[in-house]
Ligand binder design. Sequence first.
Ligand SMILES: [Zn+2]
Ligand SMILES: [Zn+2]
Length: 181
Amino acid sequence: MSATLLVQLNDGEARPLSECAWIVTEPCGCVSGIMTAQFSDGTNTIATEEAAWSHFYEFEGAEARKRDQAAGVTFRLVGHDEGHQLLRRTCEHVPQWGRKPRPEADGYRWAMAESYPRNAGSRLHLIGNDALNVDRWNSPSPAPHFEALCGKREKWWSAESHDTDGRVTCLRCERKAEAAT
Ligand SMILES: [Zn+2]
Ligand SMILES: [Zn+2]
């Protein structure tokens, strides 16, 4: 038999950690994410708030974490059932999640530089549409570089949502876009 880790939730109720989840609360107060606090077999234990932060930002990296922390994102331990109920609600705040929307610039899109190996902490840059319409099979050799608003140069850029969703945007590109509007 394995030991059961009991935790006391904010409402005072004691629960096994394996029946709990960490919820991610956005600046507006809505819940945008959930993480199991412990698998039912007792592995993958995330028992502290600090561990929850590190685990959640493993992929997005330190800059995203810092930004979200400053914006007012919090992690809270709740029962699984309560967590999933909260997550099902849609955020109807404007702006959504209480976050400042990314600035946009005419003729540019937020895109990821396709350098290899790909870095999980890569930022998105504002790149001209011409860089996104390149026919990779018929491009001259060597392929030309395209320059983002911030000055970052790369041959290939991707604005596909699977490359850009949830990514941190380059502060230098943001400032250039804001200055241009
Ligand atoms: Zn909201
Ligand atoms: Zn940039």
